[in-house]
Design a protein around this ligand. Sequence first.
Ligand SMILES: [Zn+2]
Length: 323
Amino acid sequence: MIGIGIDIGGTFVKLYVMNDHGEIFRQEKLDTDYSKGSKGFIAQIGQFINAIQTEFSDQRVAVAVGAPGDVDNQRGILRYNPNLKFTDVKDWPLADQLEKYTHLRPYVANDATLAAWGVYETDLKRQGTNVLIVTLGTGVGGGLILNGELYQGSHGTAGEIGHMKIADTVTGPLCGCGAHGCLEAFVGTIGIKRRALQSSVDHPDCILAQTVKSGANFKVAQVAQAAKQGCNEALKIWEDTGHYLGIGIANLGLILDLDTVVLTGGVSGAAPYFMSALKRVLDEQPIRTPFKKLKLCVSKNPDIGGVGAAMYALHRVQTDLHK
Ligand SMILES: [Zn+2]
């Protein structure tokens, strides 16, 4: 059996082809082509799927597509996509359009959700039954494995942990989604950079302030670099980041009684600077049970969207076969 995983991003599309023994046959990264509109983009992905179907015509082929935004996983519709710049489509019926092109019905879900399945299969080897995977980057996403299965909620929206409210919804900082007080507004790259900028105004002599000044468009990695150089202000930014992330994970731990939390995405690379503050929040929870044995780790594979999609395509077919 062959699984095709497609991870759609605002800048790149990543495509993976693997079989149910874990052998990877193809791994490609293409620019997201906006030039021919949404129809042209469907053709771009559709051609790839058709070529694989021809190449592996003696095997069953399954496809899963991870899309950035709010996905109706039952009907395969991308309802809300702030990161894709296709202006000719709203409520994008990805599954229908791809099926028309390839004669194969793809499974469509949120990208962080499918990446979470990838982490569950590769990093955790399906150990743990109630797992939260947190994707830390510009946006903050999440995926949930509950009772050993991917949990997507009633409408496919489950796991949008970046927009969980951890501060006042009127006076809290503004999030990219338009709301105030979301976790992402504190621990997404925009929130981290906002605090770094403020800190550089308040403490103009520290290493962090020099970093921020020197780069017109400084990166969060530079805030980590300043922390590595021992800058107390940069260390404070990461400590605050860990604290806020800890609040989010404490909330989810109390709601879901998790056994494992895995951090992934580019910002998880700064874990050495924020992990102790994160753990402190969990250690301070008066209700101890959900946190006493909670396994907290950082994924070894920060770029797992496509692999996760391919693995989930295979998993779905196997599950359906046993029904
Ligand atoms: Zn938000």
